[in-house]
Design a protein. Structure first.
Length: 131
């Protein structure tokens, strides 16, 4: 159960709770399709195949920056809140960039989810610098 956002609290559109009380959502645009999960101590994300791969001419980038065909890594990438060095707000692009232990990640959200996710990170990452 998530003590900061209990299951009886309404979530922004497109977000749901899983069986463990973690918050998850899917994000898809013309270049990427991702699954995000906010847990108690970390954020996890996974690249998924696009529902319409013709949108980008059959070539996708993996989270490691290598160009591959329509295959994606099976592993999920996680970033600990305790290791978070900085969080950069990018509201115009509907994303939040993070640096956790030297590993960079971009959290993609819709405009209705943006403030919720940013506040969640602020609560969970008190030592992180906000840019």
């Amino acid at each position: 159960m998530n003590e900061y956002y209990p299951t009886n609290t309404g979530l922004p559109e497109g977000m749901e709770y899983d069986e463990q009380g973690n918050i998850f959502w899917y994000y898809e645009d013309k270049e990427r399709h991702l699954y995000f999960r906010l847990e108690k101590e970390r954020i996890c994300y996974k690249y998924l195949p696009l529902t319409n791969p013709k949108k980008i001419l059959g070539v996708n980038s993996s989270p490691y920056g290598k160009v591959i065909g329509l295959e994606f890594p099976d592993d999920e990438l996680c970033r600990s809140f305790y290791d978070m060095k900085w969080i950069k707000e990018m509201r115009k692009k509907s994303c939040i960039k993070i640096n956790s232990g030297g590993a960079y990640a971009t959290i993609f959200v819709t405009s209705s989810q943006y403030d919720f996710v940013l506040n969640y990170l602020k609560i969970r990452c008190p030592d992180a610098k906000f840019k």
